[in-house]
Design a protein around this ligand. Sequence first.
Ligand SMILES: NC(=O)c1ccc[n+]([C@@H]2O[C@H](COP(=O)([O-])OP(=O)(O)OC[C@H]3O[C@@H](n4cnc5c(N)ncnc54)[C@H](O)[C@@H]3O)[C@@H](O)[C@H]2O)c1
Length: 259
Amino acid sequence: MNIAMVGFGKMGHMIAQAAELRGHKIVCSVDPFARDASLVTGDAASMAEGVKNSGAEGVIEFSHPASVFSNIQALIPLGLPLVVGTTGWHDRIDEVSAAVERGGGSLLYSSNFSIGVNLFYRIVSEASRLMAEFEQYDVALFESHHNQKADSPSGTALELAKRVMDGVPRKTRLVTDAFVRKPEADELHLSSVRVGSVPGTHTVWFDSAADTIELTHTARNREGFALGAVRALEWLQGPDQSGATKKGIFTMKDVFNDI
Ligand SMILES: NC(=O)c1ccc[n+]([C@@H]2O[C@H](COP(=O)([O-])OP(=O)(O)OC[C@H]3O[C@@H](n4cnc5c(N)ncnc54)[C@H](O)[C@@H]3O)[C@@H](O)[C@H]2O)c1
């Protein structure tokens, strides 16, 4: 497949490498600062024009939380399969869904493309449903990432928190700030640390007076994200079960159901 990369930083380069190893061709890379990008611009309209003219059959967006939304808006009218890894815009999913429907294309997004994290999501959902029956257990989340990460908490941590709250009905409010008072029983605390080069660690604790159950996913490097993003685009570009072109909004959950 001919692929366009929007955002050619650490992830962009790694995805390009993973895509080429799987037989794809990077026909366009767009970034306002990367000197080795084929198109050096931060303007969303020029980026979309460049992607359109490159002959790309699919697009992968890993840029910055400040630019992702305008990039998505500019790319949707091209009607190409679009995979978005940048986080920080998921609260505007309704707007994006409506635009994708109008554009007739497809968009797949995930706060985390690693296969291990997607398995971890399922484990946390299942554990939360199980622990909900045992009121003696409190629950909290912790995440740590490298000190170049622009958003906090991570999109992955927010997804985990959502899953914990879906599973444990006694937790109804997420608190991501430091506590300067005692937490209320219905508050779910999620804390974040930024340090050095950590690729990403997420922990969910279930804690009682007697013991602690700790579930942790530790990313060792970014290769898992890169391969997952390429596989997501391959899946999105492929036909659905009836042989038709996929249209609309998808997540890694859809990819997993089909793998
Ligand atoms: N979903 C996932 O699995 C996953 C995994 C890792 C990182 N991420 C997210 O992906 C994003 C990129 O991560 P990274 O580690 O490559 O960061 P990075 O800082 O190394 O690269 C980001 C690149 O985006 C470029 N950029 C800035 N504005 C742009 C614009 N308007 N158009 C195009 N490019 C633009 C920057 O110049 C930079 O080169 C971050 O938001 C990160 O949180 C997601």
